[in-house]
Design a protein around this ligand. Structure first.
Ligand code: C2E
Ligand code: MG
Ligand code: MG
Length: 589
């Protein structure tokens, strides 16, 4: 208790942390005995406090510690004698200045956070000064308390550091990368001369699935190492997603630097990685965005690079962001939000385009085509909103709705005709529906609810539906066949389906794409393709439908070539439900 003894000496009243017993009866006020008694009472209260506390008194210009508790003393806040303020060695100049302010201020309470730079390792304190009411001696007093927050702040700091680091690779993570980028954008030295690369590892999820997360983690660590070794000093590599990395590059010799860096990264990853017994080759796609005056904020720069990355995934080249790309992406995004709402609020409709038997001219059925009339933008083509629906997954509810609405319409027509009409309904199915929805159950439900026989329903698929996951699509198509539904291959000739899969899958009909049909009379190549498709369909025992018949000559020529059915503006454009029924009735009565 050396310090306590020293302070007791300095203080006007003898005080020590381990206070002597306090008398039960207060001596006469104003006497020396009473002063000692009061000092002991104060000491007793301070000692009971769980935090460091001291009472300070102003003796003219001199500040003195009237009493302290042991926690206060244990803080050893004493500054070296040459720096010690009027409070003595226990408090440094910051605290002393604060006490003076407290006495001079109108405010009765003064609170602040204080970092004790003088102490080795530093200490963080929450300081509170409360001015006490004046007593008869007219000397100002205040209660000084200090809460030691050093451990809390140190924890907070290390937590923050953890939060800025990717725990697997030790690289900065997305938040840290944004901060670094923000600092680079704000720094006048940079002069806007930098670029961001976003690198995505192709097929990584497959590796993860087939080799397990531990091997995938090892691969990520090795990829990070190689990428780091391909960069120049001063460039920043970060891991901003599971298999997504970002690089902040200084452009010393202009924009070409970014492309050189991208090539170096590709090169670094080009040698296969060894994982246990296996050699794994990893490709990467790289999108780049250059810093320009028009880009504000780090998030925008990363987002621009990600937009370019999306293109790079298709083109397999390093792609640089082009201004304006975001607005197209934004339109798609806002379309997605509005499409979601339109589906929820039942604001989509169906149009029905007749399918004509080219040999007899009879109406064989209708193709149901989705229609969306936006309150402000007017009619939006399915060529625009179907891809948005597919990309966002909205195609699943949209497709369910179309199936339900088409079968419901056919049932309503039957009722109106007073008979089961000798026509079918064709509904388009997206590859995504086949992959994600339980399509067999969905179709069965729609047929059952509307009491429609399966053989009256044709489902039009595009070739992409069977390319992605042949096993799963074979199973899905099998379940549709069990319902007696027909399957048509839409836009045939524009996709990549192999003859083998055509033969293996239960396809009933080929729909020859409009691009071959419309110009076939003036273009020998198109004619040759149409003939070949008709021959192929015949060989495989499939029916045929020609799309896009705009003239009677085309209809006649296709009939002569042996095409079964036709569809196109020559017969009718897509019609409303009422007009479609009337179209059928006019030709059938
Ligand atoms: P699709 O299934 O090949 O439908 C035929 C498209 O060709 C329709 O365009 C139709 O209006 C158009 N068409 C028909 N005859 C002619 C013609 O003589 N000349 C010209 N120039 N065009 C003709 P639409 O309605 O714009 O639909 C475009 C595509 O959107 C459809 O192509 C289909 O792939 C997709 N789609 C439409 N509704 C749905 C749907 O409910 N679900 C899915 N998954 N896709 C749909
Ligand atoms: Mg179609
Ligand atoms: Mg088509």
């Amino acid at each position: 208790m050396k310090l306590a003894a020293e302070y007791a000496e300095e203080a006007s009243v003898a005080v020590c942390a381990a206070a002597p017993p306090v008398a039960n009866v207060r001596p006469d006020p104003g006497t020396r005995a009473d002063e000692i008694y009061m000092g002991q009472v104060r000491q007793e209260y301070l000692a009971a406090l769980p935090i460091a506390a001291a009472m300070v008194v102003a003796d003219g210009p001199v500040m003195r510690l009237l009493c302290t508790n042991s926690r206060f003393l244990s803080l050893s806040l004493d500054a070296p004698p040459e720096q010690a303020g009027a409070l003595g060695r226990i408090a440094n100049a910051v605290i002393e200045g604060a006490v003076r302010n407290c006495f001079a201020d109108q405010e009765e309470v003064l609170e602040f956070d204080w970092y004790d730079v003088d102490e080795i390792g530093g200490g963080h304190f929450f300081v509170r000064l409360v001015r006490l009411p004046l007593r008869t001696d007219n000397r100002q007093r205040c209660l000084l308390t200090l809460v030691d927050r050093t451990a809390e702040i140190t924890n907070e700091r290390s937590l923050r550091n953890e939060m800025l680091r990717d725990s697997l690779t030790g690289l900065p993570n997305r938040i840290a990368f944004s901060q670094t980028l923000e600092a680079a954008i704000g720094s006048p030295e940079n002069d806007g001369q930098f670029a961001v690369l976003v690198i995505d590892l192709c097929r990584f999820s497959r590796i993860n699935e087939s080799m397990g997360p531990a091997a995938a983690d090892e691969l990520i660590v090795n990829v990070a190492r190689r990428m780091l070794s391909s960069l120049r000093a001063g460039d920043t590599l970060a891991r901003i997603g599971g298999d997504e990395f970002a690089v902040l590059l200084r452009l010393i010799d202009g924009p070409g630097d970014a492309l050189h860096a991208a090539r170096r990264i590709q090169q670094a990853l080009s040698t296969p990685f060894r994982l246990s017994e296996l050699e794994i080759r990893i490709d990467c796609a790289i999108g780049c965005a250059m810093m320009s005056d028009r880009v504000s904020g780090s998030e925008n720069l990363v987002r621009n690079a990600q937009v370019a990355l999306k293109r790079a995934k298709c083109s397999r080249r390093v792609e640089v962001y082009q201004p304006g790309e975001i607005s197209a992406a934004w339109r798609r995004f806002s379309l997605e939000t509005e499409l979601r709402r339109a589906i929820e609020n039942d604001q989509l409709g169906l149009a029905f385009q007749p399918l004509i038997d080219l040999q007899t001219g009879a109406v064989a059925g209708f193709e149901a085509l989705a229609r969306w009339t936006h309150a402000e933008r007017g009619a939006i083509s399915p060529l625009e909103f179907i891809p948005v629906a597919e990309e966002s997954g909205l195609i699943v509810p949209l497709g369910r709705w179309a199936l339900e609405a088409a079968t419901r319409t056919l049932a309503a027509w039957d009722r109106q005709a007073g008979q089961t009409m000798p026509i079918g309904m064709a509904v388009n199915l997206s590859a995504i529906q086949l992959a994600r929805d339980d399509i067999g159950a969905v179709v069965a439900g729609a047929l059952e609810r509307n009491a429609i026989c399966g053989h009256r329903l044709t489902l039009e698929l595009t070739e992409s539906a069977i390319v992605g996951d042949p096993e799963r699509s074979a199973r899905a198509l099998g379940s549709l066949k069990e319902l007696s539904a027909k399957l048509a291959m839409d836009d045939f000739g524009t996709g990549y389906s192999s003859l083998a899969s055509l033969q293996r899958l239960p396809i009933d009909e080929l729909k020859i794409d409009r691009s071959f049909v419309t110009g076939m009379l003036g273009d020998r190549d198109s004619l040759a393709i149409v003939r070949a498709v008709l021959g192929l369909a015949e060989a495989l025992g499939m029916g045929t439908v020609a799309e896009g018949i705009e003239t009677s000559e085309l209809a006649d020529a296709l009939a002569e070539l042996g095409c079964f059915y036709g569809q196109g503006y020559h017969f009718a454009r897509p019609l409303t439900s009422e007009d479609a029924f009337a179209y059928w009735a006019a030709r059938n009565c």
